[in-house]
Design a protein around this ligand. Structure first.
Ligand SMILES: *Cc1c(COP(=O)(O)O)cnc(C)c1O
Ligand code: SF4
Length: 343
């Protein structure tokens, strides 16, 4: 198990952020819940009954208080709780599950992961606002593979030499773990690469810590001359409360496109009504569904798996129920393929 990096505000330059909302998202993150008994208390669940299903894990519990506030009290099967609670099932070793199911670790180089033509992923940070139990990069060796390791220079130089990169996708971890000041440096550097037409940000921050969408972030995004695509990550309509809706509303101004990707998760969103209300609620928030990802078979996540047959039938139900633009693409990542594969 690799040690997951955490955000050190001094190291990210966040300490120097000036202005009205200074340090606010960093404070929210610092104040996140990391203790299973405390989580039980907040949810009014007896610590003993939560302990009966929970386990301490090297990939530790991390959940912001605002996200906990959206969970139903006294419900041990709450769909938001199930996304973040380290459980005993994670110790099950299932056939076909591995630490690097997408063969990314061999490809990653200075934080640049290039699998597809024309677009390339940049591991901008290893830190996250929340620890999602099903995360496909939960075993990723971040410390060795961060684009920010030598400033951004090595990564940006590598992108420039690739020559044909139309879109750079900032990923992680969560790229918005990086301070506004450092992000601005990265954005400026990326825009000196002639081929880059768009910058895409893959982030769960607006959903889990909406305070991250602060004035400084909006200002730096507004300055970008490249097209800006923001893909948030939300799996259930209950994640989208008023504070998230407001943050997404603010992001809609600098962003040219605001999309969502979800993971299909057993017991969390694997029924048609749940997925349909997620799509409707996203649309309320100005976001369109992009991908519904099949679970990547990473060690310790087999209890979240939904079979192909069930997934296809859910999608058929969604197509019947929703306007086409609210139906996500059901895809799976296949190592070596030239794109995400439709089911
Ligand atoms: C998913 C992914 C992308 C983006 O794929 P799109 O289908 O364009 O969203 C790019 N690079 C890597 C390595 C990816 O895993
Ligand atoms: S926010 Fe994204 S990268 Fe981080 S743990 Fe969750 S799924 Fe994984």
């Amino acid at each position: 198990m690799f040690e997951r990096p955490s955000i050190d505000p001094a190291a990210t330059g966040a300490i120097d952020v000036r202005g009205h909302d200074r340090l606010s998202w960093q404070r929210v993150l610092q104040d996140a819940v990391r203790d299973i008994d405390e989580l039980a208390g907040l949810l009014e669940i007896e610590a003993a009954s939560l302990r009966a299903v929970a386990r301490e894990s090297g990939f530790a519990l991390l959940v912001p208080r605002g996200f906990v506030a959206r969970m139903k009290k006294r419900d041990i099967d709450d769909p938001l709780l199930l996304q973040v609670l380290p459980r005993a099932e994670e110790e099950v070793r299932a056939a076909g599950y591995s630490d690097d199911p997408l063969s990314e670790q061999a490809i990653a180089d200075d934080g640049v992961i290039r699998k597809y033509r024309g677009r390339t992923l940049l591991i901008a940070s290893g830190a996250c606002p929340v620890h999602c139990r099903y995360c496909f990069r939960r075993e990723f060796p971040y410390a060795q593979q961060l684009a920010s390791r030598h400033g951004w220079e090595n990564a940006v130089g590598k992108l420039r030499r690739l020559g044909d990169i139309g879109e750079v996708i900032l990923s992680g971890g969560d790229p918005l773990s990086v301070s506004n000041r450092n992000l601005a440096t990265l954005f400026d550097a990326l825009q000196t690469i002639e081929s880059v037409r768009s910058i895409r940000i893959h982030t769960r921050f607006p959903i889990t810590i909406p305070e991250r969408v602060d004035a400084g972030l909006l200002a730096l995004l507004r300055r970008s001359s490249a097209k800006l695509v923001v893909v948030v990550h939300c799996n259930h309509a209950n994640e989208l409360d008023r504070s998230v809706e407001a943050a997404l509303g603010n992001l809609a101004e600098p962003a040219d496109l605001l999309l969502n990707q979800s993971v299909l998760l057993r017991g969390i969103n694997d029924d048609a009504a749940t997925l349909a209300s997620l799509s409707h609620r996203l649309f309320d928030c100005g976001v369109l569904p992009y991908y519904l990802n099949m679970l990547d078979p990473v060690t310790g996540t087999a209890h979240f798996e939904v079979g192909d047959g069930r997934a296809r039938s859910l999608l058929a139900d969604l197509r019947a129920e929703l306007p086409g633009y609210l139906v996500p693409k059901l895809v799976r990542e296949v190592p070596g393929a030239s794109s995400k594969m439709p089911l």
